[in-house]
Design a protein around this ligand. Structure first.
Ligand code: UD1
Ligand code: UDP
Length: 357
């Protein structure tokens, strides 16, 4: 059987790659590589268990570091793996440093590189993720674009060969795991949650690395008119610890949640507040109104459809209150669960590789 190498490095890549791994299992010999960018059990290992994934065949253990350190360590590790194994293709997903390392390594070797979630653009080059996306898209042999708009972004940059519109594998993952989450997770009872409540996450450097901005976001959530549960990313928790920040009002900080617990928390929330890419998508799929604390988004279809609003920290408390109190405002921000496809993205990606590799 032909070998297919799959590289992941962080929490969202493990979640979104799972449907591809599942679809590829009977058709390819899989070699699953974890770069080790995320390494805490609650940011990595727990997801292999929740998603019923095989353990990685190798872990490059790159750990935390600067952008260059993570990219360089990943590059050396992925190059060595590709040189030794010579798989038919290597896949990476999204916009993290694992994607950049994989793209550069494969571009100088015979192995074809397939970029999943190709063509997303925030048009904000201050985000490391935007640089990673652009580089990956320009060296990929296979570009698996989730939406028509992503295909157009690629075409605007002259990338037209090997482009396939597949939908986003987040839909596959959600469809498969929401019923399991509803059945198995006790997170709402554990957190003692009444309705309504807000599910929040914040982890982008733009929000965490500016203490005033982070305090303003936390202050808005702490003063909301309903409980707000925020499973804190380690980046965020570490800054909050340095600031000595403790919520005193409606905000409850908890550690990162397992995937089934997080899906249940999000699915039953009245409002989502986030700066996460994946959670903007999941909120639209699960029909939870989403407020995104960022000046821009590479998921503009959610904003265009009216299910996601970009907000600044100063506006956040007011917007949350409106959504908590006003049924019509909430209803106006739902009703587009299909922006990212039909839940068969993983299969489509593997079909393309099966035909061309
Ligand atoms: C990375 C990705 C980002 C993605 C996010 C998903 C890049 C450039 N960034 O950002 O696109 O949205 O993952 O969550 O690739 N840490 C731990 N334990 C861990 C992992 C991280 O404590 O298991 C802490 C370390 O202090 C580390 C910090 O979190 O320095 C940031 O981690 P890092 O992987 O560098 O970036 P993320 O913010 O997670
Ligand atoms: N997620 C999770 N537990 C949490 C927070 C998020 O399982 O405590 C999941 C969430 O369902 C989504 C993904 O992690 O699928 C998003 O990851 P993150 O926000 O870290 O990265 P991004 O999508 O912004 O790259």
């Amino acid at each position: 059987m032909r070998e297919l190498a799959v590289v992941v490095g962080t929490r969202p890549e493990i979640i979104k790659m799972a449907p591809v791994v599942r679809a590829a299992t009977d058709r390819f010999d899989l070699h699953l590589v974890h770069t080790g960018q995320h390494y805490d059990d609650e940011m990595s290992g727990a997801f292999f268990a929740s998603l019923d994934l095989p353990a990685p065949d190798e872990n490059l253990s790159i750990g935390s570091g600067t952008q260059a350190e993570q990219t360089a360590d990943g590059l050396v590790g992925v190059e060595s793996m590709l040189t030794e194994r010579e798989p038919a293709a290597v896949l990476a997903l999204g916009d993290t440093n694992a994607v950049l390392s994989t793209a550069i390594a494969a571009s100088k070797l015979p192995t074809a590189f397939g970029h999943i979630e190709a063509g997303l653009r925030s048009f904000d080059r201050t985000m490391p993720e935007e640089v990673n996306r652009v580089v990956a898209d320009h060296v990929a042999e296979f570009s698996f674009a989730p939406t028509e708009q992503a295909v157009e972004h690629l075409a605007d940059e002259g990338v037209t060969a090997g482009v396939y519109e597949t939908g986003n594998t987040i839909v596959d993952a959600c469809r498969e795991h929401v019923p399991l989450a509803e059945e198995r997770s006790d997170v709402l009872e554990e957190l003692g949650l009444p309705e309504p409540y807000v599910a929040a996450t914040i982890h982008r450097p733009h929000n965490t690395d500016d203490p005033e901005r982070l305090r303003a976001i936390m202050g808005a959530l702490d003063g909301a008119g309903a409980p707000v549960v925020l499973p804190a990313h380690p980046r965020t928790q570490s800054v909050l610890d340095d600031l000595g920040y403790e919520p005193t009002g409606s905000l409850e900080l908890v550690g990162p949640l397992d995937y089934l617990d997080f899906l249940k928390l999000l699915d039953n929330a009245t409002v989502a507040v986030t700066d996460s890419g994946g959670i903007q998508e999941e909120a639209s799929i699960l029909e939870v109104p989403c407020l995104t604390v960022r000046p821009n988004t590479e998921r503009p279809e959610t904003v265009d459809a009216g299910v996601n609003q970009l907000v600044e920290p100063g506006e956040l408390r007011g917007r949350v209150e409106t959504l908590l109190e006003d049924d019509a405002a909430r209803a106006a921000m739902t009703g587009h669960p299909d922006l990212y496809g039909d839940g068969r993205a993983g299969e489509r990606i593997v079909d393309v590789l099966d035909e061309h590799c």
